[in-house]
Design a protein around this ligand. Sequence first.
Ligand code: SF4
Ligand code: SF4
Length: 426
Amino acid sequence: MYGHAIVVTSLRSECRYVGDKALISRRRFIELGVVAGVGLKAVAATAKVKGSELSGEVPTIRSYVELGGTGLKISDISFGSSQSSDPDLVRHALDRGITYFDTAESYRFGTSEVAIGDGLRGVRDRVILASKTKAAANANRVEIMRALEGSLGRLKTDYLDVYFNHAVNDVARIQNEEWWEFIQLAKQQGKIRYCGMSGHGSQLVRCLDYALEHDLVDVILVAYNFGQDPDFLNRLKQSLHFSNLQPDLPRMLFKAKQKNVGVIAMKTLMGARRNDIRLYERDGNTFAQAAFRWVLSNPYVDGLVVSMTSKKDIDEYVGGSSASKLADYEIRLLDRYMALNGSRYCRHGCDLCADACPKGVEIAEVLRTRMYDVDYGNPDLAQTDYVALGSGASACVTCADQPCQNSCPVGIPISTWTRDAALRFS
Ligand code: SF4
Ligand code: SF4
């Protein structure tokens, strides 16, 4: 028997359509009723939290949302573990009311799964647990099952609530019959409850479209933040010369909602360069909380995961729980962040530079790995993902004429950064 936090959440939203594009209104009303049987002190708390440090109150999650049609209820802001492997942090997140824990076999070479397994010892039936494996287009069901069993062992559990095909950027990976036969078998054996795909690459929209069209997923985990949202960029592009990036992603989120597929957002902090923006934060209302509110105010997004690397960060992040309309000062904070970082953040899925390299360098993918090192301070993850790209950006080291330069509408210095990635990771 699975036990979950039971919270009543209802969303009423407005949207209108132009052509096939959903223009998403920013109205989201959440009615929160709490909760029986969870036993977590944080969930019982009702403190209204803004900035965790300044308020002096214990910050807690205040909203639990339904994950598509799965019947699972998850904290709207949830634990991402790509950059941590500390069971203490996991316990802290649990104490703050977080009930959804996201990991992957590749995160920190499996130690993130081990830490989550240790941190959640004794409370498995009160949380929702998700992990991932990168199943290749030619992977067979036996090896995928072996990967799942490895995750179950490290997580010290006999089932996962959601199992993702990780970082899918090639339709062939979700067309692999062996993956779907594995999913069917693992569900029959009670080893997984729901399946999904995660993605953040240049082919994300194509992969999502295929998976949703063929009813292949229960949940999707996608890179989505205010910097990719056409609504947001439309307001800014005149002054900052931005073009719309990822214009089809909102349509995919809408399509997922139509299909009753759960939608979880990641990479919501648009590069997470929080130091520069601290100067502009006021009264404990932080950039991160505003960025979360932006994402959660989209009625087609159920919740988000964010990498949590310290107790202080967790307290700040859960202070953004419970989506509501963004206040003007929060919009200004996001504007400011965009102005500071617009030309320093690659929107990895925008793909507008996809044909810029005659030597076939996967520019957006290379820049994503560089971001893991430079911005996230996670060289292990960066190195692992860079190596998975094959030759990566090695061609950039000797590329003389650099035709990719000036291919990025937001001004990313492509060849400088791809070459830098090659030198860092080679
Ligand atoms: S470098 Fe520019 S064009 Fe290329 S994916 Fe990043 S934001 Fe898009
Ligand atoms: S520097 Fe040359 S090899 Fe590297 S991405 Fe640009 S065009 Fe391709």
